[in-house]
Design a protein around this ligand. Structure first.
Ligand SMILES: O=P(O)(O)OP(=O)(O)OP(=O)(O)OC[C@H]1O[C@@H](n2cnc3c(O)ncnc32)[C@H](O)[C@@H]1O
Ligand SMILES: [Mg+2]
Length: 193
């Protein structure tokens, strides 16, 4: 069996670590290569369009025959009808976590969804989208603040823990990224050779 190279374009070391863990059971079938290119992200509320635009850029840079995927991860506040969404990165960078939590102070509804959208260029001209969603709520920061908004997102399935308070394997089990990559894994196992 030949082992193919598949490129994951991301500049985010925390993401890369999780994705490597999630895909490790498939690692005998393909070789995961990281390209830390800083891709432009288009302004859109539609998460599939953002991931697809990122993937097309990556495919343009790496060439049409290279299988490559990107992912974009959004944090959606239900009260805010889809925002901050893909813009959460800039909120974390510019405001910090405490002020993001405060944005919801005057609202009863703290529900949020974490959404990872993967776009995969199969190297044969095809593009494929996979999405994973985890529902939860926004809480005061608890746990290490090493990865994005991990410490202010409490998934409904995690018995009161924030992502930051969970073991990585447990987070991957229920996380938006774990779910999106489970779909990519299934696709790679059955449709990609
Ligand atoms: O190079 P790329 O892959 O685009 O990496 P990025 O850091 O720019 O990532 P995104 O564009 O997807 O922006 C997502 C933001 O949410 C953060 N983030 C992503 N996944 C997360 C997770 O599972 N838990 C907490 N924060 C997360 C991440 O650090 C960013 O600030
Ligand atoms: Mg990005």
């Amino acid at each position: 069996m030949s082992v193919k190279d598949i490129v994951f374009v991301t500049g985010n070391a925390n993401k890369l670590k999780e994705v490597k863990m999630i895909l490790s059971s498939e690692s005998s079938k393909f070789n995961l290569i990281n390209e830390p290119l800083d891709l432009e992200e288009i302004q859109d509320i539609d998460l599939e369009s953002i991931a697809m635009a990122k993937c097309k850029q990556a495919a343009n840079i790496l060439g049409p025959n290279t299988p490559v995927f990107v992912e974009d991860t959004a944090l959606v506040f239900d009260e805010f009808n889809g925002l901050p969404g893909a813009y959460i990165k800039w909120f974390v960078k510019s405001m910090g976590l405490a002020k993001i939590v405060k944005m919801l102070d005057s609202f009863e509804n703290k529900s949020a969804k974490a959404i990872t959208t993967i776009a995969f260029a199969d190297g044969k001209g095809g593009f494929h989208i996979f999405q994973g969603i985890t529902e939860g709520k926004i809480v005061d920061s608890r746990g290490p603040t090493t990865f994005g908004w991990d410490s202010i997102f409490e998934p409904n399935e995690a018995s009161g823990k924030t992502y930051a308070e969970m073991e990585k394997v447990d987070k991957n089990e229920i996380s938006q990224r774990g779910r999106a990559f489970a779909k990519l894994k299934g696709f790679l196992a059955t449709e990609f050779n």
